[in-house]
Design a protein around this ligand. Structure first.
Ligand code: NAD
Ligand code: UDP
Length: 311
């Protein structure tokens, strides 16, 4: 039995990861400060003897004997990460230092939940891992983008300098049940608006694209990545290459919810990337033929059913 630490374990992705790790008979420690996560996401695990829940902020050190660390703690929605940008940056950077220090002391393997945001508003399309990105260092998204870039730097330096066994995945827009309904990201916004019959808010003209990955495909890739040989650090793109404009997404959500909601156009936030699609050849090659299996329409149906239930 492995003892596995999941930071941000009460969040959307973290809670699904805890489910999967417990199903595989691991001992799981979930750390969270509940900034954007919720006990509701892991309430069903509280009676499991292999699960421990700890309120902790990763900007301060934490110590426990562990075999593996998944570092997910960080607000991921622009609305939330821009709420207190200094805190967001500290969570990424101090959090990475604290968790890497723990990995060094305990000789644990550590996986970083990095992001497609490291590519910024990409000039290379689709995005390959070798592309260094086009990120504004002083804009409103920088606390997140640059925080995640600095965390990647720290991961690689701890690997080169201290032989810490690191794994970096760059996650592209992921959605599914347990997203926070007030989280402000596009999939949850559109579904909640459609279910309530409210206007669907498209930022800008809706021609910007994103590639949406269903959460179960991501979890499978995370587990496979952690189990790759020690000399493979990544970074690896993990996402679904299906690419959609926000207008296409809105139309699909309206159709699937049978909603009478109307589309309205709102101001585009600063530095909003115009396009995003992962090249997943490295993931396919290194993660034993991993490729996403859930199509957008299928994943949206599951997510709509979840929001319908909680609303
Ligand atoms: P989320 O907001 O649901 O989860 C983040 C969790 O981290 C929450 O439970 C929050 O309370 C916790 N947290 C935040 N700051 C913390 C701190 N200082 N100390 C302890 N806990 C803290 O978001 P998510 O979508 O589940 O994202 C999880 C991770 O995956 C994040 O690191 C995010 O950057 C990364 N990621 C997500 C996506 C996506 O599309 N969902 C894309 C790229 C990267
Ligand atoms: N977006 C939108 N309406 C919303 C929320 C977001 O049109 O109500 C747009 C946003 O401007 C961006 C895309 O949807 O172009 C994805 O936004 P999200 O916040 O989900 O993720 P990110 O921009 O970080 O990829």
């Amino acid at each position: 039995m492995k003892r596995i630490l999941v930071t941000g374990g009460a969040g959307f992705i973290g809670s699904h990861l805890c489910d999967r790790l417990l199903k595989e008979q691991n001992d799981v420690i979930c750390l969270d400060n509940y900034f954007t996560g919720s006990k509701d996401n892991i309430r069903h695990l509280l009676d499991n003897h292999n699960f421990e829940l700890i309120r902790h902020d990763i900007t301060t050190p934490y110590y426990a004997e562990v075999d593996e660390i998944y570092n997910l703690a960080c607000p991921a929605s622009p609305v939330h990460y821009q709420y207190n940008p200094i805190k967001t940056f500290k969570t990424s950077v101090y959090g990475a230092v604290n968790m890497l220090g723990l990995a060094r002391r305990t000789k644990a393997k550590i996986l970083q939940a990095s992001t497609s945001e490291v590519y910024g508003d990409p000039a290379v399309h689709p995005q390959v891992e070798g592309y260094w990105g086009n990120v504004n260092p002083i804009g409103i998204r920088s606390c997140y983008d640059e925080g995640k870039r600095a965390a990647e730097t720290l991961f690689m330096d701890y690997n080169r300098q201290n032989n810490v066994r690191v794994k970096i995945i760059r996650i592209f827009n992921t959605y599914g049940p347990r997203m926070n309904p007030n989280d402000g990201r596009v999939v949850s916004n559109f579904i909640v608006q459609a279910l309530k019959g409210e206007n669907i808010t498209i930022y800008g003209d809706g021609s910007q694209t994103r590639s949406f990955q269903y959460v179960s495909d991501l979890i499978e890739a995370m587990i496979r990545m952690m189990n790759t040989p020690d000399d493979f650090t990544g970074p690896v793109n993990i996402g679904n290459p299906g690419e959609f404009t926000m207008l296409e997404l809105a139309a699909m959500v309206i159709k699937l919810t049978n909603s009478s909601s109307k589309i309205v156009f709102c101001e585009l936030p600063g530095d909003d990337p115009k396009q995003r699609r992962p090249d997943i050849s490295i993931a396919y090659e290194k993660l034993s033929g991993w490729t996403p299996s859930i199509k957008l329409e299928e994943g949206l149906k599951e997510t709509i059913a979840y929001f319908d239930h909680i609303l």
